[in-house]
Design a protein around this ligand. Sequence first.
Ligand code: DGJ
Length: 716
Amino acid sequence: MKQIFLFLFCALGSQYMVHAQTSKLIPIETKRTVLLYSVGADQKLYQSYLGVRLLQPAEYTSLGTKNFEAYLTAGTSNLFEPAIRAVHADNNPSLDLQYVSDEQTKLDDNTTLTSIKLKDPQYPFEVVLNFKANYKEDVIEEWTEIKHNEKKAVKLYNYASSMLHFDAKEYWLSQFHGNWAKEMRMQESKLTSGIKIIDSKLGTRADMYQTPVFFLSLNTPSDETNGEMIAGALEWSGNFQFTFEVDEQNSLRVISGINPYASDYVLQPGKVFTTPSFIFTYTNLGKGEASRNLHNWARKNGIVDGDKSRYTLLNNWETTGFNFDESKLNGLFDDAQKLGVDLFLLDDGWFGNKYPRANDRAGLGDWQETTSKLPNGISALTKSAEQKGLKFGIWLEPEMVNPKSELYEKHPEWILKLPNRPEKYYRNQLVLDLSNPQVQDFVYGIVDHMLTAHPSVAFIKWDCNSVIYNAYSPYLKDNQSQLYVDYVNGLYKVMARVREKYPHLPIMLCSGGGGRVDYGAMKYFTEFWPSDNTDALERVYIQWGYSYFYPSIAMCNHITSWGTQSLKFRTDVAMMGKMGYDIQVNKMTDSELKFSQEAIANYKRLSDVIWHGELYRLISPYDENRSVLMYVNENKSKAVLFSYTLNLRYGDTFKNVRLQGLDPQKKYQIKEINVVAKPVFKSTGKSYSGDYLMKIGLNVSSVQSLSSVVLEITEE
Ligand code: DGJ
């Protein structure tokens, strides 16, 4: 292989090298990026470079003015945060890793897997660093496998999915945080020396307070079109941790993985511990490009059926809550039919007999129809929906149990709770012990039974409303510290079984709003519920935040009665994703119903562009009192632009917005759609070249608070 030269340099235990010593290079390449590793004469693995790919791979030998030890261990000379820490079978707390071998396998035309094997020279303990490079999408997936053949079990304390090194002048971190109804709020800050940790300890779900995604900009903050940066996300639905450590040399290490908090893991000889994947994209073209890379990757690899279509629907949660029966639902089917949506989604409250689910204090766990509400069961509902030309979907929360339930009475040993303390409830419920294979079977059985008993059920909303309180598993006995990891792996086992039998069933991932939106779970889901907050003004920000990392086809946006904005504003906001309704259709005026029917028809015509096209965020609601974004299809023949005017201040005016992503050579006609009474956009019906639209732009925004404009842009 190629040769480079390295000199070992130790500063305060941070291991890095400059120049000298014969070595070998391991490049992990995508279309525009290379992550370059090298092996030092000391047989250690170093990260030599992460950045724009060079045209001549021969010049990789000149890269790596600073080479950072790739996957730092603990217990020898590294005194910074380690990627891995283990205590051997003989109680020796140190770990040293040396390069053994590497292998590159072409998985298909677009994907290459690189595996680099490292081993402790003193112990039969090895670590394999895996990198899956998605060439066209510029996305690298990274995960680690740990195994040993020591005489007894080894205890793992830290086991990162990834450790990446950066050496820039400044580091700017965008993190996303929130709470119920306040999901995905963005904060950007400059990293200072020391450690910044973003993590979650909620157990069942990765986010809610902090989310497992971030942007990291190098040297200066990035905007939508400029800036050197990475976008990262962890594929894990439980406790996660991102550690950003700026050292005394102003170098940065980013460690991503499962949260080591209360999660020591006992690894038996011969067993493999596999971490979840950390996925990232590097770009020097700012946040817009980073998002498009992730969206392109996600539609192919990150979500179920990202290249296919989705159902429009009417949901009943906001309008009925728990208060419904068969006749009321039949009335709602009529409403769904009138609107022209594809599916009716029955939410929480349809089950439980000894303890009927009349509110959120009872019934969870008892998945039989409440006979007083639904005397003819789900079969009658699916039949009636079918007769009205509708598909039927249903809500489940199979991981949970109310103390007031038959399940609780029958199987107390299936529930996470401390043997010697009072139970603590989150939304009046407890969490089932998914580390227990019997519980996994039970949870799988709930879904499977629903779908075998009612083969025409065409959609599931999978909810998860509780965090893990009472973190004690009756099943795990002396290995309690494995609960957080085994719970999530148990959930994934269930979901893998569901997907094996029902590969294409649309399943919405919901978690008391957007508490569990992450790429670990999304592998098994077609879409997610971003927030219970459907106030359209709030949604502009929430959806903007999610759009950084998740494709629109996966984002369920419902038009409801939250907020005081016009139906048009609410509809236009919901359209930039997977549109649905949760509103009293029978209270709509004739003109509102007509507007909605036309909007659904418009949406059906444009959904291919919104779901599968490229997203360009043009004006951020964090920068101006408006938000403008557009989607362009692959061959640049069709685009759709959404402009939302927020709460204006006195004297606010708006400048032209330059469009992006069009073909400068093509001519496009611009037409305003979802029009109420008369168009707001002055130039509706006019045509412009892509060149003009991208260089000069259009005055697209209305100057009335909480109003919106949607433009259909069609090649002539
Ligand atoms: C929380 C979800 O976010 C809501 O949409 C709804 O399904 C309720 N749970 C039902 O309990």
